[in-house]
Design a protein around this ligand. Structure first.
Ligand SMILES: Cc1cc2nc3c(=O)[nH]c(=O)nc-3n(C[C@H](O)[C@H](O)[C@H](O)COP(=O)(O)O)c2cc1C
Ligand code: SF4
Length: 327
């Protein structure tokens, strides 16, 4: 019988549970962030993936967002890694950006990027990975899903380039595959990719192409994959219990040999264990439950059952904060 608190091998890493805390949006002072990471990492989580760490200062989400080219970035990142490692929990940094700025030209469309721009994006991602490696992070997450910039680059809805970076799936993925190869060849980092199972746009990415994308990622060195969809929290409320990513994830785990993480709407241990035992899915991610109560997993572990107090009201999402509106 599988259990969310099983230990397992996750690529080159050992995890103390199957629960991944994903994407904590940073809207606090660094001291508060450290306290939050201490509580989460000591509670029984398997892996922590940070919120988006901005590649460029102008692209930040909030006043307190991590910005990779700030002078104190490695110093702060190292402190987070130390906290997690003290509790035997690996940590990945999520890297990406929303808009690509070329000097005074803000928000350049995917089709208007020059080859030099593409090289700049790849270099910035590689430098970000290097900095996280210096800070003792165990891995990175390339955010290729939701509505981040690279999710648009790889999407036929946005990408109508007629050079080697546009056209078929492989060409649209080339920017990512080349980047992964360099990161894997120059570091020991675990590379996770977060992708959309589908994006719901006519002419966009569907489940068939996502499967093809996942296979390419595996072939070119990605160590694991996390499944998401654009505007993910909006689809998971108390009223809507259906997880539309489930069928795709069940198919995906039977088609690739690297670990796959499924998230969205999980909030009670019994349902999560039932899912683990009725499918080949091995890893489940949670986000809002950790905002509502950082160390709830400790109680779940002791009691062998539990339900998150998160009401899935999405006030944290609407107000772009990592603090809970209710608790
Ligand atoms: C306030 C807030 C901030 C988020 N920030 C990120 C982020 O920086 N990167 C990311 O990939 N997902 C982010 N997400 C999406 C979550 O990772 C997750 O996919 C979503 O909340 C659904 O999972 P849940 O039901 O476990 O909360 C955010 C969600 C919320 C509510
Ligand atoms: S604000 Fe709402 S969705 Fe966010 S953590 Fe609190 S209860 Fe959950």
């Amino acid at each position: 019988m599988k259990n969310i608190f099983d230990k397992s091998n996750f690529g080159n890493l050992k995890l103390n549970s199957r629960i991944i805390c994903t994407g904590l949006w940073q809207t606090e002072k660094f001291k508060d962030t450290c306290e939050r990471y201490e509580k989460i990492s000591s509670s029984g989580v398997g892996l922590i993936i940070t919120e988006i760490m901005s590649l460029h200062a102008k692209d930040k989400f909030s006043e307190y967002a991590f910005i990779i080219d700030k002078p104190d970035f490695i110093f702060q990142a190292k402190q987070l890694a130390e906290i997690c490692h003290r509790h035997d929990v690996p940590i990945f940094g999520q890297i990406e950006f929303i808009k690509f700025n070329r000097g005074i030209d803000l928000d350049i469309a995917v089709n208007d990027l020059s080859i030099d721009d593409i090289r700049k994006i790849q270099t910035d991602l590689i430098i970000a990975a290097k900095k996280l490696s210096f800070a003792d992070f165990d891995g990175i997450q390339l955010a290729l899903g939701n509505n981040f910039y690279l999710s648009k680059f790889i999407n036929p809805y946005y990408n109508q380039r007629n050079d080697e970076y546009g056209g078929n799936t492989f060409n649209r993925m080339r920017i990512v595959l080349e980047t992964i190869k360099v990161i894997k060849n120059t570091s020991n980092l675990h590379v996770n990719c977060r992708i959309n199972a589908f994006d719901g746009r006519k002419g966009g990415i569907d489940k068939k192409e996502s499967l093809e994308i996942s296979k390419l990622l595996e072939q070119y060195g990605a160590d694991s994959i996390q499944i998401t969809r654009p505007l993910s929290p909006v689809y998971y409320t108390k009223e809507n219990k259906e997880n539309e990513l489930l069928d795709f994830t069940k198919t995906l785990v039977n088609n690739i040999d690297i670990p796959v993480i499924l998230g969205g709407g999980f909030h009670d241990m019994e349902t999560m264990n039932n899912l683990l035992n009725s499918s080949n899915i091995e890893y489940l991610s949670m986000y809002r439950p950790f905002i509502a109560e950082s160390d709830f997993l400790e109680t779940w572990r002791k009691d062998g059952c539990g339900v998150s107090r998160c009401k899935m009201c999405n006030n944290c999402y609407r107000t772009k904060t990592s603090t809970c509106y209710h608790f």
